[in-house]
Design a protein around this ligand. Sequence first.
Ligand SMILES: NC(=O)c1ccc[n+]([C@@H]2O[C@H](COP(=O)([O-])OP(=O)(O)OC[C@H]3O[C@@H](n4cnc5c(N)ncnc54)[C@H](O)[C@@H]3O)[C@@H](O)[C@H]2O)c1
Length: 697
Amino acid sequence: MSATYELRGPVAVITLDNPPVNGLGYDTRKGITDGLDKARADDKVKAIVITGAGKAFSGGADIREFGSPKALQEPNLLSVILAVEACTKPVVAAIHTVCMGGGLELSLGCHYRVAAPGTQVALPEVKLGLVPGAGGTQRLSRVIGVENALNMIVSGEPVKSELLAMAPGQKLFDKMIDGDLLAGAVAFATEVADKRPLPLVRNLKAEHPNPDAFFQFARNTVGAMSRNFPAPLQCVETVAASVYKKFDDGMKQEREAFIALMMTPESRALRHAFVAERATTKIPDVPADTPVRDVKKLAVIGAGTMGGGIAMNFLNAGIPVVMLEMKQEALDKGVAIIRKNYDAQVKKGKLKQDKLDARMALLSTTLNYADLKDADMVIEAVFEDIGVKEQVFKTLDEVMKPGAILASNTSTLDVNRIASFTKRPQDVIGTHFFSPANVMKLLEVVRGEKTAKDVLATVMALGKKIKKTCVVSGVCDGFIGNRMIEQYSRQAGFLLEEGCTPQQVDKAVEKFGFAMGPFRMGDLAGNDVGWYIRKRRYLEKPDLRYSKTADLLCEMGRFGQKTGAGWYDYVPGKRDAIPSALVDGMIEKHRAELGITPRKIGDDEIVHRLVYALVNEGAKIVEEGIALRASDIDMVYLTGYGFPLHRGGPMCYADTVGLFNVVAAMNRFAKNPHDDAKFWQPAPLLARLAAEGKTFS
Ligand SMILES: NC(=O)c1ccc[n+]([C@@H]2O[C@H](COP(=O)([O-])OP(=O)(O)OC[C@H]3O[C@@H](n4cnc5c(N)ncnc54)[C@H](O)[C@@H]3O)[C@@H](O)[C@H]2O)c1
């Protein structure tokens, strides 16, 4: 049973008890209705208090029940709320810490609500592409006003209980209770025990002085801000129903909207991402209770682009950092950039000056490896050159204390080889940050062959502490994200050869929802980066087909924004990508040399060739065990590569399209004489799932 029942004098107390946040799973719901039955049948009971054990009143639906029939099994949440409303003895919700989603809806069904200050109150369903589905849209506007309710429901953001309690005319909380909440709630319940009739939120009116104008304004602004998602506009419509319709009719509209949204690919994508994010932390052979090493001080080697950003993450989390470089000038430059980044945050009002000072005070610098001896972990971010890495790791092996974690931020080199430069490969791991490292959410945690379990667990925990989405990757060329993007880039090159312009490809991909198309992305990151990698890597793979257009671009010195020209032209000081006649000419000439007659390629083909290139490589990565699960790949793409959230990541998107259809399209692409038939050979896992009618998830 996930709810307990006890008597406190004439008051029955039902305590939701389903850690971690008292999710309203089947057992908890049943516990509530059983408790109500018991209380009703007991003549000594005059009133009932519903509260939550531990760290929440209730966080809402139990995510473990997501998508399972148990979520709908009676008593479902709507039935529980009806039972609470219909109870002949007063029911008081005693709210504390977290009161969200279904938890808030449950409390709104109670006759009274008392709350502790500091409670986070929210209806976050919109974040899963839904509207609240158990009366939230109809009841919240009746107790805190239409505008306040709409703001909370459209944003999904939590509001502190004491703020809500101050709203003029609010009827959400009957009393705020400092100190012992349960004792206060029991006293309150005793006080109101004999009062009749029992107040019901459904009997209140949701009013607005000028509803037509207000809702039209809301439709315009919300519509413009949420183009790829249908739920926010439905939030507006359902809250409008609380004003225009009778309570039961409004409930019906809310229900219909909830069910319709549940079926949309957008909600599916958001729910997928929500579950996928939580799944990333689960590593089958590294249980959650694996002991972790204490990391109180960090060292960073290299104060360049990545080293500085990496250091900032730890300074932000209050962890002291010592940064090492070869020359004082490099240190000074690195520190100046960190300070400049913080200054910019202060200017924007995102950071207080005293916080900036505190963070900078945690940073020290050195030219001497001896100063690293008390660091618990070191992250190396020096040049991407195996010789340089070898020398650095050999030195670290000598100077770092026993048990210190030795991490490399390498983006392409073999972490096992780096580990072999030391006598403690069990302590070596890859931490692949994304640029800018202080901003990007993604951290690929690269598990070497010999990486110890507690080292992996420590780095995962540390990643959480610095607020990253950590995804475990095995060792392979490019790890998860870059290994896949290589195939995407190869396809982008073939598209140019066959007739596309860079802007046409970018536009199609951006219309699909990517933050940036492949060519604008190349100009931002620097086209030379891929050029050097191709020179090194494709030498080893002479039969690998790829388009030479990107190499020709680099030979023209067009490295991207940093050289003022890349796939596009740029005006100094601006980032607008201007189509370049020079580049178009280069592509046309190359195309003619290959003897290809250009053809018009539609947006759908462009998008599918690029995204299925990701999907096919992703399937190989799952099958090889490089990624622990397909949803980890989605998290890599959502948090590190600007993949559109409303599509849920490449693997989720493929599931939505249907793997059978994905493979059929790949077979069609394989017949294109200018593409590469080998490229489109479906990965065995993809072929098998498609044949069996299954999905990655
Ligand atoms: N730039 C990116 O987008 C990106 C993204 C992910 C990973 N990485 C990886 O991060 C690492 C660093 O890349 P970056 O872009 O910051 O390079 P960078 O050139 O900006 O910085 C490297 C710094 O390391 C210093 N350095 C070089 N050798 C050193 C040594 N022996 N001892 C101490 N310091 C030394 C250099 O002086 C320089 O300041 C590389 O392995 C790279 O592949 C880069």
